[in-house]
Design a protein around this ligand. Sequence first.
Ligand code: FAD
Length: 320
Amino acid sequence: MRTVLILAEIKDDKLRNVTFECVAAAQKIADGGKIIAAVFGENRSSHSAILGYYGADQVYVVPHHLLNMYTPDAYTQAFVQVIETIDPDVIFMGHTSIGKDLAPRVAARLGLGLVSDSIDVALEDGEIIFTRPIYAGKAFQKKKIQEGRVFATIRPNNIGVGEMDTGRPVEQKNVTLDIQDLRTMIKDVVRKTTSGVDLAEAKVIVSGGRGVKSAEGFAVLQELANVLGAAVGASRGACDAGYCDYSLQIGQTGKVVTPDLYIACGISGAIQHLAGMSNSKVIVAINKDPEAPIFQVADYGIVGDLFEVVPLLTEEFEKA
Ligand code: FAD
C-alpha cells in the first residue's frame, strides 16, 4: 500500500488535465493506498470534489495568497512543507513548465531522486517502473527509483484520464502554511498567446513552419484550428523568422506535445522538431516537397501547397 501525493495544477481557474492523469497514474501504483491531492491558492476548495470524482481520497487545500500564482520560491516552500506533513511514498506532478521548474527544486531540497517526463507508470514485481522517452523520442527507457521516496513528473496527454464517478466522496483538509523570505513575487501576468486552447494539453494541433511564409500566413492555420477546436503550434523555423511567438514553438527546445491529431503545415520535419511531436497519435503532413522528412513520421501525407490545401480542409470541416 502506498500513499501517493499529487500537486494539482490550476490554469484559468480550471484543473489542468494532466492533474487527472497524475491521479490515474497514482491509481495504477497505489496498491490500495491513499491518493492525496494538494491544491495551492485562495478560493480553490471548489476543485476538491472533482479531484475526488477522478480518484483522489483526500485533498489538502492551502489557501495562501502567495500561492495564487506560481513562484518558484513560494511553491517550493509550500510543497516541501506539504510533503513533510503527509510523508507520502510517491509524489507525482505534471511535466509542465511549472513541473519542470518546481520538481527539481523540491527534489534537491529533500534529497530525493526524480524521474522526469514519464509517459507511463506500472507496477512490475511490486516495483514502480516508469517509461520515459530518450534520444528525442527515438527510444524509450524504463527507470525506477533505487531507494527512498519516489518522485516523478508525468508528460501531459500520455497516461489518459480515468473514469469519473460523481458519487465518490472526498475528504478536504484546509492547511495553514508559513511562507517567508520570498526573493521574488509576481505582480501580474501578461499573456502573449490569444488562442484559448492550451498547446501542451491540446487534443488537436495545427502547426506551421517556415513554409507558412509570414505572420499573415498563420491566419490561414488559425482558421482551421478554430474550426477544429485546436491549438496553433509552430516550428522553430517559423518562430525564428518572426512569423509567430516562441511560446508556440514545438520541439527539442520548445514544447513537447502528444495530441490525438497533429497537422504539420510547411514543416520539413527536422529531428529537433520531431522530438517535440513524433509521439502524437495521428500525424498529418502537408508539404509541397514529396521528399520532406516529415512524411517519414506522418500517418497521412498531402503533397501540395498549404495555402490551397488548408483552406479546403477548413471548408470541409466546417460542413461536418
Ligand atoms: P524548413 O526546414 O525551412 O522547412 C520548410 C518546409 O516548408 C519545407 O519542407 C518546404 O518544402 C515546405 N514548404 C514551403 N512552402 C510551402 C507551401 N507553400 N506549402 C507546403 N509546404 C511548403 N526546430 C524546431 O522546430 N523545434 C525545436 O525545438 C528546435 N530546436 C532546435 C535546437 C537546436 C540545438 C538546433 C540546432 C535546431 C533546432 N531546431 C528546432 C531547428 C531545426 O533544426 C530546423 O531548422 C527547423 O525545425 C526547421 O523549421 P521548418 O521545418 O519550419 O523550416
